[in-house]
Write a protein that binds this ligand. Sequence first.
Ligand SMILES: Cc1cc2nc3c(=O)[nH]c(=O)nc-3n(C[C@H](O)[C@H](O)[C@H](O)COP(=O)(O)O)c2cc1C
Length: 357
Amino acid sequence: MASPTPEQLRFILESGILAPSADNHHLMRFDVRDDILELRYTGGSLPEAGGYKRVLAMLSLGAVSENLTVAASRFAIQADLALFPDPLRPDLILRVNWQPGSVAVDPLWEEISRRHTNRSVFFRGPPMSHEDRSVIERAATHVSGSHLEWLEAPKLKPPSLKLIRLAEGERFRNRLLHEELFSNIRFDVGWQHTCEEGLPPAALGIERPLRHAFAWLRHWPLMRLLNLVGGYWFLGWRAADLPCRLAPHLGLIAVDQGNDHAVFAAGRSFQRVWLAVTRLGLALQPMPASALFSFPGAIQEGIPKPLQQHLSRGWQAILPNRQPVMLFRIGRADSPATTTGRMPLQHYAPEFEYYAP
Ligand SMILES: Cc1cc2nc3c(=O)[nH]c(=O)nc-3n(C[C@H](O)[C@H](O)[C@H](O)COP(=O)(O)O)c2cc1C
């Protein structure tokens, strides 16, 4: 059996790096060896298990691996994935064995380059048809190990919005999270351009008249002053509560237990949902903070204990015996004028030599 040709492999790897990642940082390298592909984590040691940073990393890597799988299917190649295949190499996240000629073409491959985060405040209706919703649900269950839940029912939406607002507000109230948030925004590229890593300000969906004021918020002394009069509350409402409230759909991916395998599967599932949403011509924005900060290990990462406990209890009441890992809103919106870029493939696969277009 033959492996992917160099042209096919280039397409597959480029599809991998088009996957979403937390703050547009792919902390990974591809090693192409004989008939296999290995994916290494390059952010040092993986963050501590049980904390939200580990969840962010595993969700992102899951999304990359799903793009690899879907892209390989374009050539009828099955990607057999082994997660953490070598206990002696903890940075080795994934080993992919290719099985040519053994899988049906997955039409979602066409959506890989079209998918983007849409941060417009207003996601319009009308709501999805029953059939469209089923398409998304099927996309989610294609990978087992996680669950897709809808939160727009009148009993579920108000309590969910409250948790979402609290968590997103904390990103402006807490000095550590504020630093984390703003250090990933590339103010250096201005409001017209994109960038290969990090978040270009123009992709943040901030209305023109508010851009100047938003840029000032990166200064902690000013933010702290505004917080004395509830600045964080307003920003949590504007950044998350309002957009989710207006969106016709609010979804959630949850796992039974928040271990690496389950969260990785959730990342794959989430990516399939996003590709299916894109195929239906709909927009999506991830909003995972309220789920992430409810992880017990989040306390060691700077989330105040009362907030972690409040979020954990809140989600338990909404979704008993499940751990939410990713929240998102879906609706109709114009495509964003500016989207994030990516580093060239050479950056992620320095030893892969086939770069001809
Ligand atoms: C695990 C994960 C968490 C994310 N969290 C957020 C978030 O809190 N808010 C947001 O607007 N986008 C979030 N995103 C979207 C990323 O910022 C986005 O995927 C990245 O900047 C690349 O841009 P693209 O999706 O347009 O390709 C998240 C994506 C992933 C995979």
